[in-house]
Ligand binder design. Structure first.
Ligand code: HEC
Length: 302
């Protein structure tokens, strides 16, 4: 009796730790989207789909003292961990290719927060899923002394195979989307070149390097919210056409605004949606942002 009391206590403590992590993650993500106005990307939604049910499931499992709880929770937390790790890697590295936008909506590479230079929202999700996974394994092994209640030996193999398939599918999809968006962009560039040649037969247009770099970076970092032609996308980003802000402010002021982003509560915010600091790409240098500004001012329809 005495001997089994201590691991049992560890087990139920672990369940409460998991409960706390799930609720913190859920309320934190709701705070970011509902209070701060950060728009969740597609990968964020997958993580929410896996995290939110845990807030209820773990509470239910604790109330029912159900030893099946880890079986139920682990597939959610392991899948969530795989997705948030992948999400963090595409934000912070280029190992999955150049940062590309998700198929639609906010780019998955958008960095809304960047505390200490490495803590982003998917990083926080990764930690929460990890805490839940470790807590569930701890609860399972300390709470269940009976041999028959141990996890079946083959169970983790299935989980690993499922996760590997999911990650492979995600990476493959991302690579296909990148290929498609490159293919789609090609004819437009070719057409523009022809047009220039026709309109300026004597003096072929010589686009400045800044304008070209700006166009490329704009397509990568800003177009998903502000539209490929700068006309804006409802609920994501506003139009640059006839923008009073752009006419009233010089390049340095515009650059400062882009660096800082714009909270939904800011006096000059008209849409109630947040613009992420640096457009969600803290890796862009001042020079690169300046090139984007050149493109916004000279390459987009005003
Ligand atoms: C996740 C979506 C998103 C991304 C990505 C994004 N923006 Fe924005 N941007 C916004 C929103 C939302 C606003 C503010 C709308 C408002 O004030 O109502 C805004 C506002 C702006 C403004 C002020 C325009 C005005 O007329 O007030 C500029 C300039 C700007 N963005 C530039 C950029 C640049 C450059 C990038 C790429 C590096 C970028 N944005 C990426 C969403 C985004």
């Amino acid at each position: 009796m005495e001997q089994s009391a201590s691991p049992k206590r560890t087990g139920s403590l672990a369940l409460y730790v998991a409960l706390l992590a799930a609720w913190t993650a859920m309320l934190g993500s709701l705070y970011f989207s509902e209070v701060r106005g950060f728009v969740p990307c597609a990968l964020c939604w997958y993580q929410r789909i896996l995290m939110y049910p845990l807030a209820g499931l773990i509470a239910f499992g604790i109330l029912r003292r159900d030893w099946h709880l880890p079986f139920l929770v682990l597939p959610f937390s392991l899948l969530g961990q795989a997705i948030s790790t992948y999400h963090y890697l595409i934000q912070k590295t280029t190992i999955f290719g150049a940062p590309t936008a998700c198929a639609a909506g906010v780019p998955c590479t958008t960095v809304w927060i960047n505390w200490l230079g490495f803590i982003t929202i998917p990083f926080l999700a990764m930690i929460a899923f990890l805490i839940i996974t470790v807590a569930m394994l701890t609860a399972y092994y300390s709470d269940q002394p009976d041999e028959e209640r141990r996890l079946p030996a083959r169970w983790p193999v299935f989980a690993i195979v499922a996760i590997a398939l999911l990650v492979y599918g995600g990476v493959y999809g991302q690579a296909q989307a990148a290929k498609e968006s490159k293919a789609a962009a090609l004819p437009v560039t070719v057409l523009e070149g022809t047009e220039h040649a026709e309109h300026n037969p004597v003096q072929p247009a010589q686009p400045s390097p800044a304008l070209e770099e700006g166009e490329r970076l704009y397509a990568q970092a800003c177009a998903a919210c502000h539209g490929p032609d700068g006309a804006g996308i409802p609920t994501l980003g506003n139009t640059f056409v006839a923008s009073e802000f752009l006419t009233a402010n010089d390049d340095a002021e515009v650059l400062a605004m882009i660096r800082a982003g714009r909270e939904p509560g800011a006096a000059d915010n008209r849409s109630g949606v947040a613009m992420p600091a640096s457009g969600g790409r803290p890796d862009l240098t001042d020079g690169q942002l300046a090139a984007i500004i050149v493109y916004i001012r000279n390459g987009l329809p005003q």
